[in-house]
Write a protein that binds this ligand. Structure first.
Ligand SMILES: O=C/C=C/C=C(\O)C(=O)O
Ligand SMILES: [Fe+2]
Length: 329
């Protein structure tokens, strides 16, 4: 069986995500006041944050920008050697941009783009969060006390990018970074959505079709609670404080996650997970393929309200939506 294509275990996890906001301080307040996240650093145009069970110095960077959207997505390799192996493969694609010295919270990183142009980086050296004594938790596997504000999210979960060509981006991540395809939505052979992971989760990243072929957009960023009730608590809180709830608490078909979607003050869609869905341990997992005609009412929402058209057509930065039949038959 020497011909068996072995998995590549060189990428460990989603390390952090940078989002862009034209309302920096209002976006920061959303994540700190309502989602209980902590600001761990500030630079001239960016604010660095973590959730209380994120072990790294930060998992979210919010950067002031004239328009909303995604800044960059950062992956942590499984070792310094794995980092070098992945950089070698990425450089062969011609999409490599080169090394940077690092940023607040991490050391040198190799920057690249996926085919649609989303900026990414891969790294090994990270700074762990340093907890001050008064914030140390008696729960030894928890890096800091549960915050006493809002309904605090526990950790970063995944990112979903909107792209002109989900199939090309999916193949890039599978071929060069060792992601495995877990679920996919197709429309007569055209890839409309992919959920891919390097772990037992269904996805650390997902790609979805941008209906008008606009490149480089964000669909959503997701933080995890792991407790379904928390979604009803945070939905109640956000509704009372006039944060737009696009999709109320709901069980996804794809991934089987218990989710909800809100729009943070900067305009970006944020997903909150009450449960991350099913876990994959089969090394030879066969991707679940959905035909788009079977998705509405089953793949998007298994239990809960129908997904609004905006969920299928709008990413950030917001651009005009002329046609939508591409996405939803
Ligand atoms: O049909 C679409 C299902 C989407 C699922 C997710 O975005 C998710 O699992 O986070
Ligand atoms: Fe998601």
């Amino acid at each position: 069986m020497t011909s068996y294509q072995e998995p590549i275990f060189d990428v460990a996890q989603l390390a952090h995500v940078e989002i862009l906001s034209p309302k920096l301080e209002q976006s920061v307040e959303f994540f700190t006041r309502f989602l209980g996240m902590e600001v761990t650093a500030r630079s001239e145009k960016s604010v660095y944050l973590r959730a209380y069970e994120d072990f790294y110095q930060n998992t979210l960077i919010i950067t002031e920008s004239h328009q909303e959207g995604v800044g960059h997505v950062a992956w942590r390799a499984t070792s310094p050697q794995a980092l070098e192996r992945r950089v070698t493969e990425i450089e062969k694609t011609g999409l490599g941009k080169g090394w940077i010295d690092g940023d607040i919270g991490h050391g040198k990183a190799y920057q690249f783009t996926n085919p649609d142009g989303h900026l990414m980086e891969i790294l090994w050296d990270v700074d762990y969060y340093h907890v001050e004594e008064e914030q140390r938790s008696k729960l030894l596997n928890r890096p800091s006390k549960r915050p006493d504000r809002g309904v605090p999210v526990r950790r970063l979960d995944h990112i979903n990018l909107m792209t002109s060509n989900p199939g090309a981006d999916t193949d890039f991540m599978l071929d060069n970074l060792g992601f495995r395809l877990r679920e996919q939505i197709q429309d007569n052979g055209h890839v409309l959505g992919s959920w891919i992971s390097v772990s037992n989760l269904v996805h650390e990243i997902a790609y979805m079709q941008e209906p008008n072929g606009v490149k480089g957009k964000l669909h959503h960023l997701c933080y995890w609670y792991g407790i379904p009730q928390n979604l009803y608590d945070v939905a109640d809180l956000l509704k009372d404080h006039d944060i737009k709830i696009e999709v109320p608490p709901n069980k996804h078909g794809v991934s089987q996650a218990f989710c909800m979607y809100v729009i943070e003050p900067g305009g970006n869609r944020i997903e909150l997970f009450g449960d991350a869905g099913y876990i994959i341990t089969d090394p030879a997992w066969k991707p679940v393929i959905w035909e788009m005609k079977d998705v509405p009412g089953n793949g998007d929402t298994w239990i809960g309200t129908e997904f609004p058209q905006s969920w299928w057509t709008q990413g950030t930065p917001l651009t005009a939506v002329e046609s939508t039949e591409v996405v939803k038959s």
